[in-house]
Design a protein around this ligand. Structure first.
Ligand code: ZN
Length: 228
């Protein structure tokens, strides 16, 4: 799996070997945690991608909705639940604080919602820090994560250019809509990938929908072979 790969909800669950029922999944596998994010209008949390997608500021999650309970959006995001055990916020928090003190950061796989049932893999990020901040009359938790690996290779080893390949969310959403969720060459709806029509290495831009298209795995590979 590489950043830009597109997965259905089921494919994403298969990839992670788990039924993903919530956005924050601490240490889902021995090797990594998983978060789901969304930058779509009306998304429940205020996540943001910065520096061409290299930095993710991820918002913690609310208390669960309980019958007769308060509006979750009016309550501080908790680090502990009522029984005193850490929430997912709390688990990510402890690890982020350990990373701030120099411990090896948690690896976090990030998936971004493109539309209902359709997700893009954004890469593996390192969880580096956590803090709380006021938001609309309450305190929310924020986590800073930085892209740490690209196709399994540490970003530090691939040089500064590689992460500029990241395609912004608005471009991904526009391309998905324009290409109607199909490979533009054969119409396949499976194993899709966001492809740079003019390769990034040859000066093609990630920033405009005109240079990005949907290709199936077969056509994506065929194109790579031609270039290389
Ligand atoms: Zn195809």
């Amino acid at each position: 799996m590489k950043p830009g790969d597109i997965l259905s909800y089921l494919e994403m669950c298969q990839e992670e070997g788990a039924s993903l029922q919530r956005g924050m999944n601490f240490r889902l596998r021995p090797t990594h945690s998983v978060v789901l994010m969304s930058l779509r209008a009306g998304a429940p949390y205020d996540d943001s991608l910065q520096e061409s997608g290299r930095v993710l500021i991820y918002e913690g999650h609310d208390i669960p909705t309980l019958k007769g309970g308060p509006d979750p959006k009016s309550v501080d995001q908790p680090l502990k639940s009522a029984n005193g055990k850490p929430t997912e916020n709390g688990k990510f928090w402890s690890t982020a604080k350990a990373a701030e003190s120099g411990t090896e950061p948690e690896r976090v796989r990030v998936y971004e919602k493109i539309k209902a049932g359709i997700w893009a893999y954004n890469g593996t990020f390192a969880l580096l820090s956590a803090w709380t901040e006021p938001s609309k009359g309450r305190q929310v938790v924020k986590f800073r994560m930085e892209l740490s690996e690209n196709e399994g290779i540490p970003v530090a080893a691939t040089g500064p250019l590689k992460h500029e390949r990241m395609i912004p969310s608005r471009v991904k959403q526009a391309v998905w809509k324009r290409d109607q969720g199909r490979c533009v060459l054969c119409g396949d709806t499976k194993n899709l990938h966001f492809d740079h029509e003019i390769p990034f290495a040859k000066g093609g831009s990630s920033l405009v929908a005109e240079n990005v298209r949907l290709l199936c795995a077969k056509h994506n590979l065929a194109k790579r072979d031609k270039i290389e």
